[in-house]
Design a protein around this ligand. Sequence first.
Ligand code: XBP
Ligand code: MG
Length: 263
Amino acid sequence: MNTPAENRKLKAFIFDVDGTLSDTERDGHRVAFNSAFDEYGIDWHWSVETYGKLLAVTGGKERMKYYVQDFLDPADVPDGIEEKIPELHKAKTRHYTKLLSTGAIPLRPGVERLIDEARQHGYRLAIATTTTPENVTVLLEHTLGKESIDWFDVIAAGDIVAAKKPAADIYEYALKQMKLSADECIAFEDSENGIKSSLGADLTTIITINDYTMDHDFSNASIVLDQMGEAGDNFNVISGDSNGATYLNCDLVEQLYRSSVNS
Ligand code: XBP
Ligand code: MG
């Protein structure tokens, strides 16, 4: 935080994608991994429960390596699998983008409204995610429309940085691209790896949990909500103070930003 408190102004919203904009993990990424394994004749099947454990490691290629190393009996590791992972991951991305292009996975409640409102108020928008860039564009195209890709100043994604979340690199990259400092932005996350990354970049962070992340440690979040919510579809506040608000709008985002940068 380097700007004097009285001059600090919120200029941009930086969104995580998986789990935050949309519940893509269980019915999107997991399904696509399993389809890739089937395509390659590999007899792995990641159940909903196993996948929850595998989410400890971000990045699809990294997650497959983690599975091989920590979940498989060495005797069951297919020959040459480590070298095959990049190719397997390309197949996974193909299955994922195909699935999402059917519109199978919607945005989470309140996401579209908050993005619309942020644009009306003149906040800049960015994405900071671990997933592959084309996975982000296919989600945006089939939820907010093709033109929405241009609403984001930067889509920071995947292998563009060497170290994925929980490292702060992807948020730092997004800030650099926008030529903004951390105290001019706010991050939206859903997971412990995500908040470690955003806090590592010094960003005030708002959390919306999901089934896979409800037990994560969010003790340094500005607020923890079950969803962004809508008028008439209230969020539940898990921790923090919504100051009487019943859904996440730009007013509440501003209040949370102010109390964080002034503390
Ligand atoms: C997202 C991820 C990604 C996706 C898979 O984490 O962990 O690995 O599950 O994406 P976050 P790829 O929401 O914290 O960014 O297979 O394209 O890597
Ligand atoms: Mg996430």
